[in-house]
Design a protein around this ligand. Structure first.
Ligand code: CMC
Length: 437
């Protein structure tokens, strides 16, 4: 049965009847959405403010229109600019994908050379940044160091305030994508008490990152090509994910027209949380806490009792297997072939097996997300757990900048400023201190 109205009677509107007073309103529908401002005309009295929509956590509110990333959560589909994540992971590189995300099209050969050249030649950081990295305690979390140092970059590049100058935006884009790995690697080296390793322009984006992290006495660091490629694919998978918590932070903070370094620091802070990019770190801590395959059922029981979350499971948008998690699981075995099997994989597989059969997880459509297996790979590659969210932040920078730029150039956008439902006291008189109980 066709549920659409015949063409002659069809109107792209919604008829709303206010049962409080019987009044009827017609509200425009476009792209299956309504504009909440149109609800404002719904009032009981002329002096009323008018109706608002209430949507804590934006569960059903589109805050922007975007051409960057498409997700169809029920089917487990993820595409950047129309290209499937599976195809990009197989055939593209992180830097090429970052170009695609930012520019909307895949680069030509000369555009890619030019792009890679500029990113590579913006990897050095001002020597003063090393000084305040030195000020951090030896066990400072690298995400805290990254948030602070990326914010500090704004003080070195005051031209970044020219956010409506395309040339300035281009330059800050090179700098941000180029310098994030350097800041991250320096934070890591600081935590080890090891000397900083300067960027090597002859290496790839990921090869150079591995060089800055792991080089010791060798004159020339040569990354293992399989590990370099594995990291590059992981970076590609993490490049963007439409309007998640950190992209929203980037857009909201950027909407005040602050410089992109400050907005990126805010986005990085949003990513740090255990419900977002910090989940990969928490997954590993959880697997260590579980300790053995035999302990999985007892742990799952605690999850079902509401005592714990099964970290790396569930997603606001995916109600099916996260397509990134499938690719990550495959990469894990390639890395294990070189670095040896991570024994925690057996605990992870058992968690997944039990969860995918258990009614609690099935009815709530909780599947492994991207963070479930990444930690195992990062641990096998030699990263400490505190670096895991940093490994999410570096590649996500391209997505954040693309979201920020799209927001700035969107005529419908202005400073973000949600409404609230005030549920506090009505006007009351100030009580002097000696009369308060
Ligand atoms: N373990 C156990 N129960 C869960 C989990 C989980 N990981 N995730 C959701 N639930 C339950 C939740 O308790 C709720 O149950 P009930 O209906 O009985 O109250 C139901 O499933 C719906 O969950 P929700 O919290 O309303 O879903 P949400 O969309 O608000 O949260 C989420 C999404 C990702 C924050 C959540 O699934 C979660 O906390 N997962 C663990 C953290 C995690 O892995 N985060 C990484 C997300 S993917 C990477 C990224 O993009 O950041």
């Amino acid at each position: 049965m066709n549920s659409e109205a015949p063409a002659e009677t069809r109107r792209d509107t919604l008829t709303v009847i206010d049962n409080r007073n019987g009044k009827q309103y017609e509200i425009a529908v476009k792209d299956d959405t309504i504009r909440p401002l149109d609800l404002r005309k719904i009032k009981i009295h002329d002096s009323d403010f008018g109706m608002m929509s209430y949507d804590p956590a934006f569960s059903n509110t589109a805050s922007c229109s975007s051409k960057i990333t498409f997700i169809e959560g029920d089917k487990g589909i993820l595409r950047y600019r129309g290209y499937s994540i599976e195809e990009l992971a197989e055939k593209s590189t992180y830097l090429e994908t970052a170009y695609l995300i930012l520019h909307g099209e895949l680069p030509t050969a000369s555009q890619l050379t030019d792009w890679s050249y500029h990113i590579t030649h913006h990897t050095f950081i001002h020597e003063s940044i090393k000084k305040f990295l030195d000020g951090f305690h030896y066990d400072a979390h690298p995400m805290g160091m990254l948030i602070s140092t990326v914010a500090a970059l704004s003080t070195f590049y005051p031209d970044a305030k020219d956010i409506f100058d395309p040339e300035s935006r281009r330059k800050q884009t090179y700098r941000l994508i180029g310098k994030m790995p350097t800041l991250a690697a320096f934070a890591y080296r600081h935590s080890l008490g090891m000397p900083f390793v300067y960027p090597d322009n002859e290496l790839s984006y990921c090869g150079n990152f591995l060089n800055m992290l792991f080089r010791t006495t060798e004159l020339k660091y040569r990354p293992n090509p399989t590990l370099e490629r594995a990291l590059d694919i992981l970076f590609t998978l993490h490049a963007d994910h439409e309007q998640n918590c950190s992209s929203t932070a980037m857009r909201v903070v950027g909407s005040s027209h602050v410089d992109p370094y400050s907005a990126t620091a805010a986005a990085t802070a949003a990513l740090y949380g255990p419900l977002h990019g910090g989940a990969n770190e928490q997954v590993l801590r959880m697997l260590l806490e579980i300790g053995s395959v035999n302990n999985v059922p007892a742990y799952v029981k605690r999850v079902k009792a509401g005592e714990k979350l099964l970290m790396g499971f569930g997603h606001r948008v995916y109600k099916n297997y996260d397509p990134r998690a499938k690719i990550v699981k495959h990469i894990a075995y390639e890395v294990f072939d070189i670095m040896g099997r991570n024994p925690l994989i057996d605990i992870a597989l058992e968690c997944e097996r039990i969860a995918l059969e258990d009614d609690y997880f099935v009815t709530r459509k909780l599947y492994p997300n991207v963070d479930f297996y990444t930690g195992l790979i990062y641990q096998s590659m030699g990263f400490p757990v505190t670096m895991f969210p940093v490994l999410f932040a570096i590649p996500r920078t391209s997505g954040w900048i693309a979201q920020w730029q799209e927001m700035l150039l969107d005529a419908e956008q202005k400073i973000s400023r949600p409404r609230q439902l005030y549920t506090g006291f009505d006007l009351r008189s100030y009580v002097p201190l000696d009369r308060r109980s």
